[in-house]
Design a protein around this ligand. Structure first.
Ligand code: UD1
Length: 358
């Protein structure tokens, strides 16, 4: 059995790292492919180094472009890789353009496809990720899910239950492996921050940052929170461009920095008072850490973080303010543990593949 694993964009790295580790530990023949959707040193290379991932065997180097052109470039290049290496299984993770592009090619090449983090749904087709999720799931042979809602979504869409495997959360495998080291490095020290006395902000969703009025409104609400607690804001390249071109005012309490390496961000998140984000993965990471999270979106494809975890959705300035008030007053649920988010999801994935080798 030969497995080909694919990564492309930043959130893929922490999901696939423990799966790749399991495959290699068991001596299964493996080819590792990077599509190159993310390519900056601090959006890609630094994650490979910190997560101890092997260098990719193949880098498709597709870079940034419109969705259609980026997807098409990945498909064309990945088809050649499939034809040259003939894997038995292709593994993809998450919901980025690389995931859906590789899924389409694998299915048409007749190769079994495994989707890590399957079944999540925001029910919002204006998110490119939602389209990528639906396409990938419907082409997958093995659908590996992280939470109960995902199983229910897939059942509703008519996917046979024997293809669905609830294994837990690979990103949490990575988090649990690294959190101690990340905190020991005390990344707040160099930034002049004290543990539990700062908040952390990330913002990169097109719905929040690609529209100047939406970005100005969310930044205004957050600026007002920053008069009460300093907020560290590692800025995604997409967001930096928009902040600069839109001339959006930013409160004095908000400190901008470049995107952070995995360990620095994890350490900062673990010791933050709370997190404000529109990321998918960070909703799960804060729940795993028991850190309060305000998600700056109207919906979440990860409802378990709200029902079991520490997450709440907040989009209007009033909701953001009220959420911050409650957290700063110490009134926030600590959350409970999510079933199977125990650090062994990747082990379960490779067990399934070995048991049912195609
Ligand atoms: C992508 C994913 C999103 C994920 C996010 C995490 C899709 C549709 N979106 O969004 O789900 O949450 O990654 O970061 O796949 N850029 C750089 N350097 C890089 C990569 C990108 O400067 O290494 C800039 C480019 O100008 C590019 C822009 O960022 O046009 C957006 O990159 P892209 O990969 O298209 O989407 P993200 O917003 O990063």
């Amino acid at each position: 059995m030969k497995i080909l694993s694919v990564v492309g964009a930043r959130p893929n790295f922490m999901k696939m790292a423990p799966v790749v580790e399991q495959i290699l530990q068991r001596g299964i023949p493996h080819l590792f492919v990077h599509t190159g959707q993310h390519y900056d040193e601090n959006m890609s290379r630094v994650f490979f180094d910190q997560l101890g991932m092997p260098r990719p065997d193949v880098d498709l180097e597709v870079g940034s472009d419109t969705h259609a052109r980026q997807t098409a470039r990945i498909m064309t290049a990945f088809e050649e890789v499939c034809r040259e290496h003939r894997p038995d299984i292709v593994l993809v993770g998450g919901d980025v353009n690389s995931t859906a592009a590789v899924a389409l090619v694998s299915a048409k090449e007749g190769i079994a496809l495994g989707h890590v983090e399957s079944g999540l749904r925001s029910f919002d087709r204006s998110m490119p990720e939602e389209i990528n999720r639906v396409v990938t799931d419907h082409l997958s042979t093995y659908l590996f899910t992280t939470e109960e809602s995902a199983d229910a979504n897939l059942a509703r869409e008519g996917i046979a239950p024997e293809r669905v495997h609830r294994v837990g959360n690979c990103m949490v495998d990575t988090l649990l492996k690294h959190v101690r080291t990340a905190v020991e490095r005390a990344p707040w020290t160099g930034l002049g921050l004290d543990p539990a006395a700062y908040a952390l902000l990330t913002l990169h969703r097109p719905s929040n940052v690609d529209d100047d009025a939406a970005l100005a409104s969310v930044m205004q609400a957050i600026s007002s929170v920053s008069s009460r607690i300093p907020i560290l804001f590692p800025v995604h390249p997409r967001t930096r461009r928009r902040l600069e071109s839109g001339g959006v005012p930013i409160g004095n309490g908000i400190r901008l920095c470049e995107p952070l390496p995995y360990l620095a961000f994890l350490g900062l998140m673990a010791k933050s008072r709370f997190v404000l984000t529109d990321s998918g993965g960070i909703q799960e990471e804060t729940t795993a850490l028991g850190v309060p999270c305000l998600t700056l979106r109207r919906n979440t494809e990860r409802p378990v973080t709200v029902t079991h975890g520490t997450n709440r959705l907040a989009t209007t300035p009033e909701e953001i303010q009220a959420g911050a008030d409650e957290i700063l007053a110490g009134h926030w649920r600590t959350g409970e543990s999510v079933p199977l988010w125990d650090g062994r999801a990747s082990e379960r994935i490779v067990d399934v593949l070995v048991r049912s080798r195609p």
